[in-house]
Design a protein. Sequence first.
Length: 212
Amino acid sequence: MPVLVALSLLAVPLAATAATAAGTIAQQGNGKGAAPCMACHGVDGGGQEASGYPRLAGLDAAYLQRQLDDFANGTRANPVMQPNAGALSEEERAQLAKYYSAMPVPAHGVAAPPADDIGAKLATRGDWSRDLPACEQCHAPGGVGVGANFPPLAGQPAAYIAAQLKAWQQGSRHNDPLALMQHVAKQLSPQEIQAVSGWLAAQPLPAKGGTP
């Protein structure tokens, strides 16, 4: 029993140290080639709408770590994220994933598009004449996300959502389960991509921001 107590007490400072290290990387980089995360994703982890940088705050830790790992090993391509993730150790990527997952989700004030907008139809009902499922079938009502495989789309910058749909459509992104997103994206026209991205970006966020 005394040994178990000692080990549990030791775990507390170790966890605090990991969180501090992740916070330092997020704010200052790791001094080994990885830039500060906040430079693109904001001090609050909320991303940047104008630049299309995604929100990280409140996302599922397992999802975040897999994306960082995929950037690092080249499974997911991005000219900014690949060198940054590659400059992080496996432990640093895990720490950052937990750090951002624990961050509170910042409020966003995007006005919702009309309820009869084509983006709303595709997101909530899909188009079965084209074998096109609704976004909500995998990403949950309102696009709040489900588990580690289906990230939250609600409140993400519209430019980021649109860029990812185009990447799946063109085949430059292919790290989705069972190639589901590649099938979906290939069914969409440029106008539909913009419409559904805008609708999802405008959806209200739950208290924790949803889990991807």
